[in-house]
Design a protein around this ligand. Structure first.
Ligand code: KMT
Ligand code: NI
Length: 185
């Protein structure tokens, strides 16, 4: 994992867009983001990581999980549309928990507070990285130039992953947004 201020230069979203300004894990924590590393040796299909994920899931009450693969081959014609919709700035009413089993990609989150007020922070994740984005945080996702990622998605019951786009004015008024802002104040 590496986090840094996004350079905001227009162009291919899959490029690093690294401004050169690093963001620490403790800054991510202040924004309510949990990061954890559970290394994967060799092929993830050997499931050697699963015991640690079970412990983490139990601690946090995540009863269910599934797997998502984002590749041009896997998604076919839907690929470009999916990639665009993941990259539309949005929030959810639930946490977004992802454990990267293979490949790599970028989660961008919005900063809060005097220093990072509404700046994009790019979090580069690869195999063995686990991230929890809190409910109500504005974020977006993209694959990187390698164009492939497989992730485990953890959730409690019925995941409320409906993306509420920031382009919609009412999204700012959603209860999850107020709760989130209260937490990071
Ligand atoms: C999401 O909700 O943005 C995704 O699941 C993206 C793919 S998982 C790395
Ligand atoms: Ni999301």
């Amino acid at each position: 994992m590496r986090a840094y201020i996004y350079d905001d230069i227009p162009g291919d979203q899959r490029l690093p867009h690294d401004s050169g300004s690093s963001i620490s894990e403790s800054t991510l924590q202040q924004l309510g983001v949990i990061y954890k590393r559970i290394p994967i040796e060799g092929d993830h299909k050997n499931k050697e990581w699963e015991k640690d994920i079970d412990v983490f899931a139990k601690e946090r009450g995540y009863k269910n999980r599934d797997q998502i693969t984002v590749t041009p081959a896997g998604l076919g014609d839907a690929y470009e549309t999916k990639i665009k919709s993941f990259f539309d700035e949005h929030l959810h009413e639930d946490e977004e928990i992802r454990y990267i089993l293979d490949g790599s990609g970028y989660f961008d989150i919005r900063g809060e507070g005097a220093t990072y007020n509404d700046r994009w922070i790019r979090i580069a994740l690869d195999k063995g990285d686990l991230i929890v984005l809190p409910a109500g945080i504005y974020h977006r996702f993209t694959v990187d130039s390698a164009n492939t990622i497989t992730a485990l998605r953890l959730f409690q019951d019925e995941p409320k992953w409906t993306p509420y786009s920031r382009a919609d004015k009412e999204t700012d008024e959603r209860p999850a947004r107020a709760t989130y802002l209260d937490q990071v104040k």
